[in-house]
Design a protein around this ligand. Structure first.
Ligand code: KPL
Length: 308
């Protein structure tokens, strides 16, 4: 399968290397031309417990070049770049090709569907741990589970073939019914973990050791579950509050993606995680004071990057 990875972040690089090793033809699309040129020269590095893999993969900032012949565009950009990625895909992704988002946060599937149509969009979630160490260099920090489904409807032959490819590439992957059920399941987990770890500056597991943090985590999760209630989401797990704690325990040593962003003084995805819960809550008259406070605290951290 010809796959174009959109965005050379931690998840994008992890998938690029593993898919190439599994026999896929992989190209990376990077919207930053200088970085694309640099990665073309240096290649892509992936570290894991077994050592380091170095592959020379084609990296381009030219969408025509990067998407030529693609059968799948794997969207791995930050949620605040999805609209730009969707515009690029609408203009350059070949007719029958599909786009799959593995991003964090709410709203990515909707943005891609608006640009490409529901038939061409897949949504997925992953708990594979990946950390960006430097441009073109990532660490596979821990193994997880991946689920993927169509924006609408049951898995079709393409979804099944993709799940098989991902499994061959070493990602434990299951096809699923309905991307929204997946996205909301991951959203609940990110709501419980990401902002709190970013504010407190602690690895995921530490939230369970600090009683006040654990209480806030439960309160933030209760709010997102109240917002999801009327949407009839079918979560992947029967007890979501317990699942959030299990993920924090299983990824105890992980630095969440939001804390990685704060440490690197990058914009975070808080407005697409806790902020999205507040926006949906406001539409439905569900109070979300804890998520509002967490959102504001993370935005305040971002506003303090330049020392002001
Ligand atoms: O998805 C994650 C993230 O950091 O964004 C979790 C599941 C919290 C793992 O760190």
């Amino acid at each position: 399968m010809r796959v174009t990875i959109v965005g050379p972040g931690s998840v994008g690089l992890l998938w690029a290397v593993r898919l190439a090793q599994a026999g896929a033809e992989v190209t990376i699309l990077d919207h930053r031309p200088e970085r694309a040129a640099q990665l073309n020269q240096t290649g892509i590095f992936l570290e894991d417990a077994e050592g380091e893999t170095h592959l020379n993969l084609a990296v381009s900032a030219d969408p025509d070049q990067a998407l030529a012949g693609a059968e799948l565009a794997l969207v791995c950009v930050k949620a605040y770049h999805t609209a730009e990625a969707a515009r690029t895909l609408a203009a350059h992704l070949p007719g029958p090709a599909r786009a799959l988002t593995l991003q964090n946060g709410a709203g990515n599937v909707e943005v891609l569907v608006a640009a490409l149509g529901a038939e061409r969009v897949l949504g997925g979630i992953t708990s594979e741990g990946a950390t960006l160490l430097a441009p073109g260099r990532a660490r596979h920090a821990g193994r997880g589970q991946t689920h993927l489904g169509r924006a609408e409807g049951p898995p079709d032959a393409f979804v099944l073939a993709l799940a098989e490819l991902f499994n061959r590439a070493g990602f434990a992957t299951s096809p699923a019914q309905g991307a929204q059920n997946l996205i909301w399941t991951k959203l609940v987990i990110n709501v419980g973990i990401n902002a709190l770890t970013a504010i407190l500056g602690v690895p995921n597991g530490r939230l369970l050791d600090l009683p006040a943090a654990r209480e806030l985590m439960a309160a933030a999760v209760a709010e997102v579950l109240a917002v999801a209630g009327p949407l009839r989401v079918q979560f992947l797990h029967a007890d979501m509050p317990a699942q959030v704690e299990q993920v924090a325990a299983r990824t105890a040593a992980n630095i969440s993606s939001m804390l990685q962003d704060v440490r690197a003084h990058r914009r975070t995805e808080v407005e697409f995680i806790n902020g999205a819960v507040c926006r949906r809550g406001a539409e439905m008259d569900v109070a979300t004071p804890v998520n509002r406070t967490l959102t504001s605290l993370v935005l305040a951290l971002e506003q303090g990057y330049n020392g002001s």
